[in-house]
Design a protein around this ligand. Structure first.
Ligand code: NDP
Length: 258
């Protein structure tokens, strides 16, 4: 794939901004990194799979953008602090955070072990909380504004698939995290919002997007592509959403309005 998106569905001038994207080695995070770079942001791509991050950063750079790759495990609090410092040293203070990394073990509650509980909540909630705080702390010190976009899920609102109980809990917590942090940081002009996607085609959903009975159960009987999230992302990082904070935008093709 080309390093950057030639014609995103929407555009925002993000020149001079530094965007930190978690879970950028695949799916929504990878797409968002390319879109942000296409709009002029300098991009920090993070995840655990180094080769994928290096390839993405190289593609963005080759297409005329600015990107660096930092290996980061969201369960590692020392790593989170170090990654934010490394990003700032390389590109300047982070003023856009895309808190996107997430996992879903897909186990029923009675099948989850305690270590898996910690793993899923650590990746989906604890890490994003610590990272948001690390970015906001620095912005507050610098008296700079910023945008934080947390990726929740419609699982925060409905139980559509069996076996996602803890995932739903973690994503509901991301909703509340978005609201409370928005209030705490409103005086600092750090806007905190969330996107709650329905089912989009990525590695996470590969097990069921080709399941015809699942697809047929959806209101539009289709699986959306990550490109259909671009405009919401760009709205939330642009001046157009200056007064929008503490809001959760569902982009779900009607999947919760049943
Ligand atoms: P993918 O599985 O494609 O991407 C998940 C990303 O998270 C990968 O880049 C993975 O990278 C990263 N990740 C997982 N664990 C860790 C960890 N411990 N530390 C750092 N990074 C980690 O799935 P999606 O793109 O679909 O998921 C992105 C987000 O969107 C998730 O939060 C998911 O819950 C949410 N979402 C997705 C929906 C969908 O339909 N696709 C619907 C609703 C929400 P690596 O393995 O290299 O570390």
């Amino acid at each position: 794939m080309n390093g950057m998106i030639e014609r995103p569905a929407a555009f925002a001038d993000l020149s001079g901004r530094v965007a930190f994207v978690t879970g950028a080695s695949s799916g929504i995070g990878e797409r968002f990194a390319r879109v942000l770079a296409s709009c002029g942001a300098k991009v920090v791509v993070t995840a655990r799979r180094k080769e994928r991050l290096d390839a993405l950063a190289e593609q963005i750079t080759a297409a005329g953008g600015v990107a660096i790759a930092i290996v980061l495990d969201m369960r590692d609090e020392v790593g989170i602090a170090a990654a934010v410092a490394e990003a700032e040293a390389a590109l300047g203070p982070v003023d856009i955070l895309i808190n996107n990394a997430g996992i879903n073990y897909g186990k029923r509650a009675v099948g989850m072990t305690a270590p898996r509980f910690d793993d899923e909540m650590g990746t989906n909630l604890r890490g994003p909380w610590l990272l948001a705080c690390a970015v906001a702390r620095r912005l507050i010190e610098l008296q700079a504004s910023g945008r934080i976009i947390n990726i929740s899920s419609i699982g925060a609102f409905i139980t559509s698939k069996p076996g996602s109980s803890l995932y739903s809990v973690s994503k509901a917590a991301v909703v509340r995290m978005t609201e409370v942090l928005a209030v705490e940081w409103a005086p600092h002009f750090i806007n905190v919002n969330a996107i709650a996607p329905g089912t989009f085609e990525t590695e996470m959903t590969s097990a069921f997007v080709n399941n015809d009975s699942y697809v047929q159960s959806l209101p539009r009987k289709r699986i959306c592509s990550t490109a259909q999230l671009d405009s919401t992302l760009l709205y939330l990082v642009s001046p157009l959403s200056d007064a929008v904070t503490g809001t959760i935008i569902k982009v779900d093709d009607g999947q919760t309005a049943r």
